[in-house]
Write a protein that binds this ligand. Structure first.
Ligand SMILES: C[S@@+](CC[C@H](N)C(=O)[O-])C[C@H]1O[C@@H](n2cnc3c(N)ncnc32)[C@H](O)[C@@H]1O
Length: 213
């Protein structure tokens, strides 16, 4: 079922609300784990035209490669405002725009690589968002996602399904998403999935087919 406008607005509002606390909330795990995973992801981008989806407060800025053109979008005005301030403060060369991944305002085949970190747990209609990514990616282009997904462990999956509505209602993310499967359903071809921790945190590398299937 397509995500309603109401779902999208509610998620957007939740991120607007948590924007001032976001960096603080994630501080510890950022230093212990996320930082090295982000570095790993950004080492794998290809080409010159790069799109980052759900830039948030700009946590990937320190890992942006030199000599590429980066456009970064987010649908939360408050998250984006923080990213904008950080980009100015740290002189990061990035074009920032407010945009919903479910309706990207870019032409077909614009980007060599599209990146998202911890975003598809929140997108109301993840398959629609991934289809939009596939559309704006150049034929043969790359998509790299760092995501947490539903565990394969039966007991853990039961618990994640149980608490997911509470987590998404307060903070935004659904902790029971099957993002690897959703990437496959969008028309992208999953090339590699690297398990980073607990069978939950994954680096997903996919590609748009060079010519229509
Ligand atoms: C958990 S935060 C992650 C932020 C950042 N990528 C990071 O790694 O710290 C999720 C971000 O995705 C954004 N987001 C969620 N759904 C979105 C959508 N449909 N379109 C654009 N941005 C979205 C949120 O506003 C938020 O900034």
């Amino acid at each position: 079922m397509p995500a309603s406008k109401k779902d999208t607005q509610a998620t957007q509002k939740r991120y607007d609300r948590i924007a001032p606390l976001y960096d603080l909330m994630e501080g510890l795990v950022e230093r212990s784990r996320y930082g090295k995973w982000r570095e790993m992801l950004w080492r794998r981008v290809e080409g010159e035209q790069i799109l980052e989806i759900g830039v948030g407060t700009g946590k990937n800025f320190p890992y942006y490669p030199a000599e590429v053109e980066i456009t970064a979008v987010d649908f939360s005005a408050r998250m984006l405002q923080r990213a904008r301030r950080k980009a100015e403060r740290e002189t990061v060369d990035v074009r920032l725009e407010q945009m919903d991944v479910q309706h990207l305002e870019f032409a077909d085949g614009t980007f060599d690589t599209v990146v998202a970190t911890f975003v598809f747990c929140s997108v109301p209609d993840p398959v629609l968002g991934l289809q939009e990514i596939e559309r704006v990616c150049k034929p043969g282009g790359k998509v790299i996602l760092l995501e947490h997904v539903l565990s394969d462990n039966q007991f853990l999956a039961w618990w994640m399904n149980l608490v997911s509505p509470l987590v998404s209602g307060t903070m935004g993310p659904h902790i029971n998403r099957r993002t690897v499967e959703n990437v496959g359903r969008s028309g992208l071809v999953v090339e590699r999935v690297t398990d980073l921790a607990f069978g939950i945190f994954k680096l997903i590398e996919a590609r748009k087919q060079s010519s229509p299937a």
